[in-house]
Design a protein around this ligand. Structure first.
Ligand code: C2E
Ligand code: MG
Ligand code: MG
Length: 465
């Protein structure tokens, strides 16, 4: 009985102080009858119970016991699954755990001969390469890890597509202790995510500076709503045939007293990463509804406002209720707002997306699929979902007149055949406009007509028109 008591304490100590507990375990007399029990506890302390991979405590103990003594160079490949939070939040932790186990097995299968894989926490793994490998070889190995994720994961008949990012740090150059090395490999992996995910980044010291900048941005973003630092600008959406303004897209602008003007391209992904997009999105929704009401009452501007909705916002259980509240508070009819979502919502949770889209249609709110063609573009979803408008991404418009435009034409034909309106984004030249007119694109939006401008500019524009 006493023995179990001691072992329990060792186990707790393992959780609390990691490496130190390993020494206890090794010192404890393994030859006595508690051998089996010690093995179990050792397993619990040193291995992740979900994936059975050695954990961070194992890595620490290996670092202290072997790696430091040999004084060799070695490398850490830090692997982080992209956007895994959403899998847990939308499909639940049971499915999330099953996905993690499958991911661990896939990675292990491709790296087993090359190094030792550790499960650090949640969706994060570290591959330890004790050989002094060249950066090129490490990148080849990291590429194999990214490749291993390409095939979709099927769990309880649900198909889940994931990517991961890898950050590489080398001992002792990038950190002379394990904590620093892991921290810097983690900074590299964050860089990989920021540059578009499914990427590999090798740590360099300038990344620390970038990370500090990012933290500064996040700190300022926290204060931005209550300090009223956001405004909305509006960009006209124009009938391609007669030039009439038929809609306005609301685009957020941030003027920070400390950082100056920060573009949405820079802060929206950070807001998504930190969850701040929820309060920011709520603010946008209310501000756009209030503006639409003001314009309705003025009698001059009778076009709907398109509001960008982030995936995290759309997948909130309370999303539709929030939309209804914003409309009620502004005393606005639903037809005066359109919502712009991206294909990623459907990928994250198709069932929920379908139900939410149906509810929005019942209320009388039109939905546009933004940046179409850049994501997964599943035709099956397009057919099933209640989508009213397809917005062709800028990248397809930019190439008109320069490259083959078969895809652009096909998107227009496809959208039309599904009874959708088509909006072309990023129209900058007359050539692009004429081409789109001829191909049957109803609405165009871009610098050729107007940049996004403050509300008073829109008022001037529409009074003159
Ligand atoms: P988006 O929704 O696809 O918006 C179109 C972007 O293209 C806007 O960039 C707009 O200023 C820009 N644009 C418009 N016409 C042209 C053109 O002719 N040429 C070029 N090169 N660009 C053009 P912006 O305002 O920087 O916004 C970037 C992205 O940030 C938006 O892409 C949207 O995804 C996101 N965003 C902006 N406002 C909000 C918001 O209120 N909520 C959420 N969740 N996301 C927002
Ligand atoms: Mg948009
Ligand atoms: Mg877009």
């Amino acid at each position: 009985m006493e023995e179990f008591y001691v072992l329990g304490i060792i186990y707790l100590a393992g959780i609390l102080c990691g490496g130190a507990a390993i020494k206890f375990i090794t010192l404890y007399n393994k030859s006595d009858r508690s051998n089996k029990c010690i093995n179990n506890i050792e397993k619990l302390t040193l291995y992740n119970n979900l994936t059975n991979l050695p954990n961070k405590i194992s890595l620490e103990s290996m670092f202290n016991a072997e790696l430091l003594a040999k004084d060799n160079n070695f490398n850490i490949l830090y692997i982080d699954v992209d956007g895994f939070k959403i899998i847990n939040e939308t499909l639940g932790y049971t499915i999330g755990d099953k996905v993690i186990t499958k991911i661990a097995n896939r990675i292990k299968a491709v790296v087993d001969k090359e190094g030792k894989l550790f499960h650090i926490r949640g969706d994060e793994f570290a591959l330890l390469i004790t050989k002094d490998e060249s950066k090129e070889n490490l990148c080849v190995l990291a590429d194999k890890i990214l490749d291993s994720m390409k095939k979709s994961f099927v769990i309880e008949k649900q198909e889940i597509r994931l990517t991961s990012s890898v950050g590489i740090a080398c001992y002792p150059l990038d950190g002379n202790n394990l904590d620093l090395l892991l921290k810097n490999a983690n900074i590299a992996v964050q860089r990989a995510k920021e540059s578009g995910k499914n990427k590999i980044e090798i740590y360099d010291h300038s990344m620390n500076e970038k990370m500090n900048k990012k933290l500064k941005l996040i700190n300022n973003l926290h204060k931005a709503i209550e300090n009223e630092e956001f405004t909305l600008h509006y960009q006209p959406q124009v009938n391609s045939l007669n030039g009439e303004i038929v809609g306005l897209e609301a685009l957020i602008r941030w003027e920070s007293p400390e950082l100056g003007t920060v573009s949405p391209g820079e802060f929206i992904p950070l807001a998504e990463e930190t969850g701040l997009i929820i309060p920011i999105g709520d603010w946008v929704l209310k501000a756009a509804c209030n503006q639409a009401k003001i314009w309705q009452e003025s009698g001059n501007i009778n076009v709907p406002i398109s509001i960008n909705i982030s995936t995290l916002q759309f997948l909130e259980d309370s999303f539709v209720d929030k939309v209804i509240d914003a409309l009620n508070e502004a005393d606005l009819e639903p037809k005066w707002i359109h919502l712009e979502i991206t294909e990623s919502v459907a990928l994250k949770n198709a069932e929920f997306t379908m139900r939410t889209l149906d509810r929005l249609q019942e209320i009388g709110i039109k939905v546009a699929l933004d940046d179409f063609g850049t994501g997964f573009s599943s035709l099956e979803y397009l057919n099933k979902f209640n989508i009213d408008i397809l917005k062709i991404d800028t990248s397809f418009i930019r190439v008109i007149g320069q490259e083959d435009t078969t895809v652009t034409n096909s998107i227009i034909v496809l959208g039309k055949s599904l009874n959708m309106s088509i909006i072309a984004e990023g129209v900058e030249t007359d050539y692009q406009l004429n081409y789109l007119k001829e191909t049957g694109c109803d609405v165009v939006q871009g610098y050729l007509f107007s940049r996004p401008v403050p509300s008073y500019e829109i008022e001037k524009m529409l009074k003159v028109a």
